[in-house]
Design a protein around this ligand. Structure first.
Ligand SMILES: NC(=O)c1ccc[n+]([C@@H]2O[C@H](COP(=O)([O-])OP(=O)(O)OC[C@H]3O[C@@H](n4cnc5c(N)ncnc54)[C@H](O)[C@@H]3O)[C@@H](O)[C@H]2O)c1
Length: 370
């Protein structure tokens, strides 16, 4: 039986644009999806860039004007992988045109913008998805299940961070990630650390932030330098509704670190430790192990950790970054068909509110309720 087609209009063909295409290409080959995925139209800033991307990525059409997607009745989903400051305008226009919207994080510059986007989507019955792909890792699902089942006992502490070094060079250019409208390390990657913290340990209730600009200007591409006001390092102490204490850090000047999306969770009966640099492994400490034999044991991802087995029948052979996007795409496509939305704009708003609370707390140098 032929399935209905879900026709995608993709905006942006950089790092994330390509990752989304990997997701759209793999998801129907790994999961049984209710739609055929049709890579319909791709958009980038010049006709030439867009046309070349269409050829490489496998889209039937291309354009340099994202608004062309809105009026096109042959497009069902608008997928936004453009710079942060454009997310709100593009998403609201897509919602108004009745298209489903997949948008990269951070959802919008301000929580008020994200609220407007979530409200608009819900009012029109639009299905939304925000790109918090690290949550799609089967080992994070395992960690969450172990915590929820009480295998770690009462949760006392959480430490999370997302540290990389792609902004460590002070002579690296000013980019959209430095734009005060939606930029900064906390919004860019600390948002992932916050999403993981709440995914594992439940709601954060209070924050005490410390957000710091370390590199105050960067080359502007025209021979001069442009002032940077956003944070290079955003940290926060946290309190969780379950009584646990914790901390997170978003840091894009962490020299030598390439993908330290890491966490440790400490409970009365055990602990978990994880690093995204080795994301097919979850380390588990059990206080019930015999004295003299205690230590973190290494659990390798495998078919026992759904949906790993749909990608590969053999444990330890490892999923990759783009596979997480395929899992995210599968969840979203099922949501469009009527299933639950895995991480919709309302959840993206929640992360944006946490980011904003931490920024305010840092500016006021005091604890704030979220
Ligand atoms: N979920 C994740 O793991 C993850 C990782 C990296 C980036 N991101 C997010 O993805 C988004 C894009 O980041 P990136 O690293 O792919 O950036 P990028 O610079 O590699 O790509 C951005 C693309 O958007 C295009 N673009 C810019 N303005 C446009 C316009 N007006 N119309 C059409 N296209 C336009 C650019 O030409 C480029 O192709 C950001 O919001 C970022 O936060 C998410």
């Amino acid at each position: 039986m032929t399935k209905p087609r879900l026709r995608i209009g993709l905006i942006g063909t950089g790092f994330m644009g390509k990752a989304h295409v990997f997701g759209f290409a793999s998801a129907p080959r790994v999961f049984e999806l209710p739609y055929e995925i049709d890579l319909h139209t791709v958009v980038d800033i010049t006709p030439d860039l867009a046309a070349r991307a269409a050829q490489t990525l496998g889209f039937a059409h291309s354009t340099a004007n994202w608004r062309d997607l809105l009026a096109n009745p042959d497009i069902d989903v608008i997928d936004i992988t453009a710079p942060n400051a454009l997310h709100k305008e593009m998403a609201l226009a897509a919602i108004a045109a009745g298209k489903h919207v997949y948008c990269e994080k951070p959802l919008a510059p301000l929580a008020a913008d994200a609220l407007e986007m979530a409200n608009a989507a819900e009012a029109r019955g639009i299905k939304t998805q925000v790109g918090f792909n690290y949550l799609c890792n089967p080992m994070l699902g395992l960690a969450r299940d172990m915590i929820a089942a009480g295998e770690l006992g009462e949760i006392r502490g959480y430490r999370g961070l997302h540290a990389e070094d792609y902004m460590a060079n002070a002579d690296g250019p000013y980019t959209f990630r430095h734009d005060p409208a939606g930029g900064g390390a906390l919004a860019d990657i600390g948002s992932h650390a916050l999403a993981t913290a709440e995914f594992l340990c439940g709601p954060i209730t209070r924050v005490m932030g410390d957000c710091v600009t370390m590199i105050h200007d960067r080359p502007d591409g025209r021979g001069g330098r442009k002032a940077v006001t956003v944070d290079d390092v955003g940290r926060a102490f946290l309190r969780f509704a379950n009584g646990a204490t914790g901390s997170i850090e978003g840091n894009w000047i962490a020299t030598g670190r390439k993908m330290q999306h890491d966490f440790e969770v400490y409970g009365t009966k055990g602990a978990l430790a994880f690093s995204q640099e080795h994301f097919n492994v979850l380390n588990y400490f059990n206080t019930a192990d015999a004295k003299g034999r205690q230590g973190f044991r290494r659990i390798e991802a495998g078919p026992d950790h759904a949906p790993y087995g749909l990608f590969c029948v053999a444990a330890g052979h490892q999923l990759g970054f783009n596979d997480l996007k395929a899992i995210e795409v599968a969840g979203y496509v099922n949501a469009i068909a009527g299933g639950p939305e895995p991480f919709n704009f309302r959840k993206g708003l929640r992360i944006q509110s946490l980011v904003e609370s931490i920024h305010h707390s840092s500016a006021e140098q005091k604890w704030l309720e979220v």
